[in-house]
Design a protein around this ligand. Sequence first.
Ligand SMILES: Cc1ncc(COP(=O)(O)O)c(C=O)c1O
Length: 383
Amino acid sequence: MDPMLGLCDLDQLRQRRSAKWRSFPSDVLPAFVAEMDFDVAEPIAAAVRESMAAGDYGYGHIDELGEAFATFAAFRLGWNPDPATVFVLPDVMTGIVETLLAITEPGAGVVVNPPVYPPFHFRVDLSGRQIIEAPLARDEAGRYDLDLAVVEEALSRPETQAYLLCSPHNPSGRVWSSEQLLAVAELCQRHQVPLLIDEIHAPLVLPGATYVPFLSIDHELADQAIAFCSATKGWNIPGLKCAVAVTRSPALQAAMTERWEARLPGILGVSGSIAAFNAGLPWLDAVIAQLDENRIMLASLLAAQLPGVGYVPPEASFLAWLDCQALGLGDNPAETFLERGRVALGRGPDFGRQGAGFARLTLGTSPDLIAAAVDRMAAALAP
Ligand SMILES: Cc1ncc(COP(=O)(O)O)c(C=O)c1O
């Protein structure tokens, strides 16, 4: 591994006090949460140290973050957002929920594409809105895709008041094409449904895929939508709690401004994110190269040790969505892997009923720990 990423030494990782390392007993290998095991990028650590040395533990100030995100987006994502359209958040889900509260009525329908990131389901429910499912299509090879006819049916329902799209998509790992995004824009416009796009995994698009930020597309709807991004997945700093919302819509900008208090981040998150966007690109490149290697290695390991598991390598990020239906482990195979193999995977049914029979494995670690996870999964199936 690149020395910038560290060694992912298990004894050292077990010293961490984050939820990943404290949610299970110490004989369990955790691979369930969307976090990576690599050492943090030095510019981020330096920025956090600097804030701490200055006794700076207050609320974050946004000015430089908007600039830093816009510069990163222009350099890496092919998109030139105006920094004045960038709003700070403590995290992406807060931005999504606050937006839904601002623009939809109690009981309104919110369209999502399951299987999808579990909080999309329960945070919408907890906000007093209801999920309208527009499930992804899945072909015989196990590759997922947006089903535009199904999306249109969901958008056309009278109760639908918002569409929450995940791009790149968690857990399928799909990166949507500009044609697909234009088609989504067209459908939202036709049915007058506001669009929220969660682009948190965008910094981690892997070789071979072409990522298109929604607000960069040439469509009127890009002026009305709101996108969410963050350094927290790309640079693995979710505990610093900081994200951004970007929108050119005056109504959504007003909603963000009005909700300033819900959007307050901490200074450590803002400082760390600025450092990531401004000075974290060599580290990001090292991670992307490692994830590229890991996703291919996982395919070989599964073919050799767990041939019954279906796996399509992700096009972005570090999440492997494993089809375990052929193993006969029921709806929640992660339970068997945990109980019998002592490896904690993400629970498929949490991603929607379409996730029954699936489990999610995190690839943001060393090849050795991926091999150890697969060994443990295989051991769970041993007679
Ligand atoms: C698609 C997606 N959105 C949002 C989040 C959570 O982001 P935050 O902690 O900024 O709310 C995650 C975390 O894994 C995610 O995968």
